[in-house]
Design a protein around this ligand. Structure first.
Ligand code: NI
Length: 188
């Protein structure tokens, strides 16, 4: 297992479309395990492979809330095969957009088809935070961030602040200051 550095916006790799995996082999399982460890360490509740610079259609999630306890979920080639007409708004954040949050409207319920860690086809019907998180992670595989769902004005403001924060962090790191911890509640 290995901890991998998480890319932050506006990194161009986060805007690329990821390719399907041909089969869930040992290499993909290693990637899944490394992603899960990286996600727990961040800490976050979901992570997509492009966030660590790997342009493969692989996501991991683990949601532990009063109403939703998934345990670790590993998904290769996930696709949304059904979505509700009913929408819901949730305040999203992202490990690749640290310390910024915004309400995003998405379908309240989705059904996702994917290959599990053993390469078996599975379907999962989700609602609530799990539905939101699945859509957020699958978006990553198509180069879409949650800030692409909000107004250009707000998006550009966030991207400018992220660039500024990155420069400050690089300067602080050069002077030996530790990085600031992230908010685990909304880190998808
Ligand atoms: Ni994200």
């Amino acid at each position: 297992m290995a901890l991998l550095p998480i890319l932050t916006a506006p990194d161009p790799r986060l805007k690329k479309k990821s390719l399907p995996v041909e089969a869930v082999d040992d290499g993909v399982r290693q990637l899944m395990d490394d992603m899960l460890e990286t996600m727990y360490d961040a800490p976050g509740i979901g992570l997509a492979a492009p966030q660590i610079g790997v342009l493969k259609r692989v996501i991991v999630l683990d949601i532990e809330r009063e109403d939703t306890k998934t345990g670790p979920l590993f998904m290769a080639n996930p696709e949304i095969i059904d979505a509700s007409d009913e929408d819901v708004s949730y305040e999203e954040g992202c490990l690749s957009v640290p310390e910024h949050y915004s309400d995003v409207v998405r379908p309240a319920k989705v059904t996702v088809r994917y290959l599990d860690r053993e390469g078996k086809v599975q379907e999962l019907a989700a609602e609530g935070l799990l539905a939101t998180c699945l859509q957020h992670e699958i978006d990553h595989l198509d180069g879409i961030l949650f800030i692409d769902h909000i107004s250009a004005l707000k998006r550009n403001m966030i991207l400018r602040k992220l660039l500024k924060a990155r420069k400050e962090q690089e300067r602080d790191a050069a002077h030996g200051k530790p990085a600031v911890a992230k908010d685990p509640e909304h880190a998808l």
